[in-house]
Design a protein around this ligand. Structure first.
Ligand code: MLT
Length: 322
């Protein structure tokens, strides 16, 4: 081997080894595709604080909002794959493939998978002074007042949009929807009475439900949930088969070195075992996924199955975002 080739080969081997041992040697950015203060942000900040301890570097949150999470996903897909940009997203990563005919990234090929995080139920809410007190009366009220009712969501592709879309389908109505950059600001509008209805995640809604600042009509899971044990499901109150559960995955840009993925995955797994995280998630109704799902393969297989599941539902609704 010529001398310069040997020098280059040795230098490359040395820098790869040094990179692997040194990672992370600066702040890691966790991109959140919705507004600060909302449900995805709450999950990300709870995890980020714990992951910082394991990684030995601060995990900072960057809220990059827009287009139901696709603005952030596209930015991360094109980010430097150096291990210093990671991403958390929910069901929107799967539903975007059907909602957007010109999606500028491919969820299945443009990312490295880190692992799944937690599953979160949703809750059907209305502003506090909306007259109905239970789901049956609420459904009748919505049918009778469909021209007047505003339904808030976090943009096309957000889970609040998906939940609202399924609710309208179930009732056979079309309401005026009001998109926000996340359900953080949508909740502020609901509390202020500027919008009428919001389907949102327990990670944001439980404190408002407990403080009775909103009308609460039930949870979107098949079974009742431990965090709100007295709350009926929508299914048991007559909306048969109505189920929306929000799942979360952590990703990095395609080409991120394996060593970084392994270290971030180890930090994620440690966070999901951290009693501080476990107790906060339990209070907010977020159920940590089993260990098998906390792996890159667990997330990849789940995402592929979710794309197959939601594609036909969205196409049937005839809803497109572009
Ligand atoms: C958020 O964090 O604002 C939500 O996850 C938005 C949504 O998908 O409804």
């Amino acid at each position: 081997m010529k001398r310069w080739k040997l020098v280059v080969a040795v230098a490359c081997a040395w820098s790869a080894a040094a990179w692997g041992q040194g990672y992370p040697n600066r702040t890691v950015t966790l991109v959140v595709p919705f507004a600060a203060g909302g449900p995805t942000d709450v999950v990300a900040r709870t995890l980020g604080a714990s992951m910082s301890k394991t990684l030995g570097q601060t995990v900072v949150i960057e809220n990059k909002t827009g287009a139901g999470g696709t603005v952030a996903a596209n930015m991360v897909a094109k980010a430097n794959p150096d291990g210093y940009t990671i991403f958390i997203h929910h069901n929107g990563m799967a539903t975007a493939t059907a909602l957007y005919r010109k999606l500028p990234f491919n969820p299945l090929t443009d990312f490295e998978y880190i692992g799944q995080v937690a599953d979160v139920p949703m809750t059907m809410l209305a502003r506090k002074d909306l007259p109905p007190d239970n789901l049956r009366d609420f459904m009748a009220y919505v049918r009778n007042n469909k021209e007047k009712i505003n339904l808030a969501n976090a943009g096309l592709g957000a889970v609040s949009h998906l939940c609202g879309m399924l609710f309208q389908q179930a009732l056979g109505v079309e309401l005026t929807t009001v998109p926000f950059q996340g359900t953080g600001p949508a909740m502020t509008a609901l509390l202020g009475g500027q919008v009428d209805v919001l389907c949102d995640q327990t990670t944001q809604t439980i404190p408002h439900i407990k403080a009775q600042k909103v009308k609460f009509y039930g949870v979107t899971t098949k079974q009742r949930i431990a965090a709100l044990p007295d709350a009926p499901t929508l299914d048991e109150q007559g909306l048969k088969g109505f189920e929306v559960v929000v799942w979360h995955g952590m990703y990095a840009p395609k080409g991120t070195p394996r060593e970084a993925i392994d270290k971030v995955n180890a930090a994620l797994r440690a966070a999901l075992k951290d009693p501080v995280v476990a107790s906060r998630f339990a209070d907010l109704g977020a159920q940590i996924v089993p260990e098998s799902k906390q792996s890159p393969a667990g997330l990849r297989d789940w995402l592929a199955a979710e794309i197959d599941k939601w594609g036909p539902v969205i196409r049937k609704a005839g809803t497109f975002a572009d």
